[in-house]
Design a protein around this ligand. Structure first.
Ligand SMILES: CC(=O)NCCS(=O)(=O)O
Length: 349
């Protein structure tokens, strides 16, 4: 038994699981996303370089990754602080901040935001997708990667004493690269040592989530304490979703608020609307998975902040919960999805 057993580890220290309250299990408060820049379509170069303005908002919402400045969420700390205060007023208690090495994790900023707003913030250990791995990371053995991840949880990360409370989001591409496979094995080994929660960013292919789970399983990972993120844009066929659900991970719909006609990272994907996301939740609840569902917005660009006309961190609490209730999900089931499931996932064994 470690001092973490039965507790949740936030950037301000250990707390009792019951202190979490309503929890968004996949958000970013400060990060950069330049690794995913998409060149603008011919003729759109001017829009892509223009300052963010009301008259360009629709273009920005449809082309969020083609506007360099939009990818710099780390420039919006004051706006994020205001949003977190609104999140608390709307009934929010906690946020899992999944920024890992490669997309500019900033633990001192997370700690300050937690202090200034009273929102519990749980930070992420480990590495984002292969394109962000440094040469040094690529050369590391699984043992070395395991030691680093364990240390980020036990002692603190990025030269600070601020400790991470989850491993992830661990980034994977499709196909999964050799460097990413090493990080996945290290994640499973670190989870075995720590009894901690894990969260995965799968590659953009229907087969990706299952393949990640198999790699984690083979390395001894605890799948019942692992979240598969971004199912919105990854598994759309209901039968395939049920097949994946049987593998036993948490099932996360975390792109609430994103309504995008052409998903530039995989043009075969029809990004669901929020109404369709709720339909998927209803389906999973009816199939008996209410104990495995988690939801969030995964805010990772400026345009999704209310400052820029976006939906902000309170969208689920203010707009999606009433929609869930109107579609037959009970209040008890909503509370499971927003309070009980995050609590069980985030509590160290
Ligand atoms: C920060 C992050 O990885 N967000 C996911 C974006 S994606 O389009 O769903 O891959």
């Amino acid at each position: 038994m470690s001092e973490r057993s039965g507790k949740v580890q936030t950037v301000l220290g250990l707390i009792e699981p019951d202190q979490l309250g309503r929890t968004m299990t996949h958000e970013h408060l400060t990060m950069t996303f330049e690794c995913s820049h998409v060149p603008p379509a011919p003729g759109d170069e001017g829009l892509a370089a223009a300052p963010i303005e009301m008259k360009h908002l629709h273009w920005l919402q449809q082309n969020p990754y083609s506007h360099q400045e939009n990818l710099l969420l780390n420039q919006e700390i004051e706006a994020v602080k205001e949003e977190l205060l609104c999140y608390r007023k709307a009934g929010g208690g906690s946020i899992v901040e999944n920024t890992t090495t490669g997309i500019n994790r900033n633990l001192p900023v997370l700690r300050q935001l937690a202090k200034d707003t009273g929102v519990h913030v749980i930070a992420g250990a480990g590495y984002y997708v292969d394109v962000t791995h440094s040469d040094e990371t690529r050369k590391m053995t699984v043992e070395k990667l395991t030691d680093i991840i364990v240390s980020e949880v036990l002692h603190g990360a990025d030269g600070t004493e601020i400790r991470c409370g989850v491993i992830g989001e661990i980034g994977t591409s499709w196909p999964i690269t050799e460097s990413e496979k090493k990080v996945l094995r290290a994640t499973a080994h670190a989870q075995t040592q720590l009894g901690c929660p894990v969260i995965i960013h799968p590659g953009r292919d229907t087969a990706a989530p299952g393949e990640v789970i198999r790699i984690l399983q083979e390395a001894g990972g605890d799948i019942s304490k692992t979240v598969m993120s971004h199912l919105d844009r990854t598994i759309y066929d209901r039968q395939e979703l049920l097949e994946f659900a049987k593998m036993g991970s948490y099932l996360e719909y975390d792109l609430f608020g994103t309504e995008l006609l052409n998903y530039p990272f995989n043009l075969r994907v029809d990004m669901p609307s929020d109404s369709q996301r709720v339909q998927n939740l209803v389906f999973l609840v009816r199939e008996g998975y209410e104990d495995r569902i988690l939801i969030a917005h995964d805010i990772h660009t400026k345009h999704r902040l209310t400052k820029y006309g976006g939906h902000g961190y309170s969208h689920i609490l203010e707009n999606i919960v009433p929609k869930m209730l109107s579609r037959g999900i009970t209040q008890n089931q909503v509370d499971k999805i927003l309070i009980e499931n995050p609590k069980h996932w985030l509590t160290f064994k």
